[in-house]
Design a protein around this ligand. Structure first.
Ligand code: BES
Ligand code: ZN
Ligand code: ZN
Length: 501
């Protein structure tokens, strides 16, 4: 896919050439000056006239009229040099790839040096390039007789880079590609409809990842789940004809099994709401209620590729939330694996129930730090909108590390508070230890507080991705549909993780 070359040869013919243009200073440097020479200074004129825009993320296509080997040049506006960042560059690359894909190119080349600034070095530029390519050209094949995937795809990208070591550039391109690919795997899982991705399919998928990367795999079937007393997962599964699965992947990246990170992902393959049934409109799209599980699995793929020196246990509770004569009901009291009893006031608040048992099970497997990810509440959409992950924690130092990872990954995150007053609300049942739905006020927070009851003293961060997991509109780094949000954050968090003192 990626070919790295040191020497730039203007005569070599590519279907497209990708070049960065900075707004300030408004000029072509080095290699670009050479190309401009081939155009007898006309490119500089086009920039001056604004026909080639240097504004951030503006793309200008120019025909080369045979003046250089490549047929067309796609200029990528980079804005002011001082303001360009790794993340902005990724988005700018995403834009140009979206256009190149629409132009049905099968091959292109980039002059990477033209994207390098004081703040973004060659290796960052290479990473941004390959990650943006992988993300922005993603397409869910779908099930039309004529697939959604384009007939013509970009199959080769030549990366010219004069000022850096070829091997290092190659390695950075590979890392960007791995992050993109893991995210795309998560997107595909989320985009897959509930009839085609049941708990057993999710388990099978996890098993395959495990095989590929040599993870220890444990898939608990219903009898084992019963034996372990996971009454919360079982209650949610009660209305289903599909058996539940508790999926565990273990990655050992260092000798001793210490400082283990637990990644827990909500894996509801379809959420009808159960007897607290969703509305006709609200139920549509609930195939995406396993977005947390998808992010964890996508992150495990990245971890399997990059092999950080950490130990990770990934836990995914999976079932659908259905209605039948045997389904659980409001007023039921259930007993979770932890022994804590729960009064069910709303069967649509099922995510926190399955996560409760998954958190207990992650601890049972030795997790000393916990991060859970879940499409948990409509409340987080009300609070933070459709693009931001809501975070809650019982440990600020651990949250700092997750936040740092999210910034590096370019995924928006904002913290919501877990005050005692809200913890009290989940403990307010008259007949059980907890209740799963004490009312709609601040319910993203209440859901977090509920899960916190099971994390107990283990440092824990909860990430509510109900808003950010899917998008209605195509964006710089992907089409409408699943975003794969938090896949990259989780993988980076694991990679950079420092145990707390
Ligand atoms: N899966 C939903 C949350 C959700 C809503 C995800 C919208 C994506 C988009 C979750 O299980 C749910 O139904 N939560 C309820 C909780 C309520 C009953 C306390 C909600 O947010 O309305
Ligand atoms: Zn629900
Ligand atoms: Zn749900």
């Amino acid at each position: 896919m990626f070919h790295v070359k040191k020497e730039i040869d203007l005569t070599s013919g590519h279907e497209g050439l990708i070049i960065g243009v900075l707004d300030q200073p408004k000029k072509f440097a080095n290699v670009l000056a050479k190309i401009d020479d081939a155009f007898a200074g006309q490119l500089t004129e086009l920039v001056k006239e604004g026909d080639i825009s240097a504004k951030l993320k503006r793309i200008s296509k120019v025909h080369s009229f045979g003046k250089i080997g490549s047929k067309r040049i796609w200029f990528v506006g980079l804005g002011k040099e001082k303001e360009l960042s790794f993340d902005k560059l990724k988005h700018a690359f995403g834009r140009v790839f979206t256009e190149i894909k629409a132009a049905k190119l099968t091959e292109a080349a980039v002059y990477l040096d033209s994207f390098v600034t004081e703040k973004v070095d060659h290796l960052d530029a290479a990473h941004a390039f390959s990650e943006a390519f992988t993300l922005s050209t993603y397409e869910f094949a779908g099930y039309k007789q004529k697939s959604n995937e384009p007939e013509k795809k970009i199959e080769q990208l030549t990366v010219y880079c004069e000022a850096a070591d070829e091997e290092e550039i190659r390695a950075s391109l590979q890392v960007g590609y791995i992050f993109g690919k893991g995210t795309n795997s998560a997107r595909t899982l989320v985009n897959t409809p509930g009839n085609l991705l049941k708990a057993s399919d999710m388990a099978e998928y996890a098993r395959e990842i495990g095989k590929k990367y040599n993870f220890e795999v444990e898939i608990l079937d219903k009898p084992e789940i019963e034996k372990l007393g996971m009454g919360a997962l079982l209650a949610v599964n009660q209305g289903s004809v599909e058996p539940p699965k508790m999926i565990v992947l273990k990655y050992q990246g260092k000798e001793e099994w210490t400082d283990t990170i637990g990644l827990v992902g909500k894996g509801i393959t379809f959420d009808t709401g159960g007897y607290s049934i969703k509305t006709k409109a609200g139920i549509v799209g609930m195939k995406t209620d396993m977005g947390g599980a998808a992010a964890v699995l996508g992150a495990m793929e990245i971890i399997g590729e990059l092999k950080p020196e950490q130990n990770v246990v990934a836990v995914i509770p999976s079932t659908d939330n259905m209605i039948s004569g045997g389904a659980f009901k409001p007023d039921d009291v259930i007993t979770s694996m932890s022994g804590k009893t729960i009064e069910v006031l709303n069967t649509d608040a099922e995510g926190r129930l399955v996560l409760a048992d998954a958190i207990s099970y992650a601890k049972h497997h030795g997790a000393e730090y916990l991060v859970d990810v879940a499409t948990l509440t409509g409340g987080v959409i009300t609070a933070l909108g459709l693009h931001t992950t809501g975070a809650m924690t019982n440990n600020e130092a651990l949250y700092e590390q997750v936040l740092e990872a999210s910034i590096e990954a370019g995924e928006q995150m904002w913290q919501l508070p877990l005050f005692e007053s809200e913890k009290e609300r989940v403990r307010s049942s008259r007949i059980a230890d907890l209740n799963n739905s004490p009312g709609r006020e601040g319910h993203a927070i209440v859901a977090g507080a509920f899960i916190g009851e099971f994390a107990e003293d283990t440092p824990w961060v909860h990430l509510d991705i109900a808003g950010a997991a899917v998008t209605e509109k195509a964006h710089d780094l992907g089409p409408a549909g699943a975003t794969g949000v938090m896949t990259r954050t989780l993988a980076l968090f694991v990679e950079r993780f420092e145990p707390l003192k």
